[in-house]
Design a binder for this molecule. Structure first.
Ligand code: TPP
Length: 195
């Protein structure tokens, strides 16, 4: 069985995304999402670490009629581990968190994270009260995960093991104000940035 490749996983999860709201974790997962296609309804965290899942929770609670997907790295998720407990308490049915787990801090030198030493993020999410929490190692499971994220009542969590490979850097727009305003306009309509 060959290891999953992060770019292919993220591209597959974002296929036919419709009006899905996406929060992309800092660094590599932001570049993965941009490589799949820059989109006004993707909010990349750029360099902010540890709060991707909480940003997704806020969005999910504020927009209960929309689906929200957080795609982040294992190092980023480990930094904000307590957010899994908060999501487990709030239980928003429209929120999914997918961790692209290369077992490394990829952007800063490929140092091992705790998942390389066996920390079971899906187990933590399950214990915290997510509706589903899965460990994914095979490409055959990705399409089912995509459907779950897009349609099934959650909250959902997936820890997707991927190869620790360094991909090209594909940058989203750099300016935070532009990213915020275009996201708000795409979600709330023209003029939303003035509110
Ligand atoms: C608060 C804070 N600490 C450290 C960093 C430096 N930093 C940037 S990316 C990164 C690694 C992220 O690792 P992971 O989430 O596993 O993503 P990967 O690139 O491995 O997919 C770190 C430590 C930062 N941006 N912010």
């Amino acid at each position: 069985m060959s290891a999953l490749r992060r770019r292919e996983v993220v591209k597959a999860l974002l296929a036919e995304r419709g009006d899905l709201l996406v929060v992309a974790g800092l660094g590599s997962t932001s570049w993965d999402c941009t490589a799949a296609g820059d989109h006004p309804l993707t909010f990349p965290m750029w360099g902010a670490m540890g709060l991707a899942a909480m940003t997704g929770l806020g969005l999910a609670l504020a927009q209960p009629g929309r689906r929200v997907l957080v795609i982040t790295g294992d190092g980023e998720m480990l930094m904000g581990l307590g957010s899994l407990a908060t999501i487990g308490v709030q239980r928003p049915a429209n929120l999914s968190v997918v961790v692209v787990d290369n077992e490394r801090y990829g952007e800063t030198g490929m140092q091992h994270t705790h998942t390389a030493h066996g920390v079971d993020l899906a187990g933590v999410a399950r214990a915290a009260g997510f509706a589903t929490a899965v460990l994914v190692r095979e490409s055959s499971a990705i399409e089912a995960l995509r459907r779950t994220v897009h349609r099934e009542p959650g909250p959902h969590f997936a820890q997707v093991k991927v190869a620790p490979e360094k991909e090209s850097v594909v940058l989203p727009p750099r300016e935070g104000t532009i990213l915020k305003n275009r996201f708000r306009e795409a979600l709330l309509g023209a003029g939303a940035h003035l509110q």
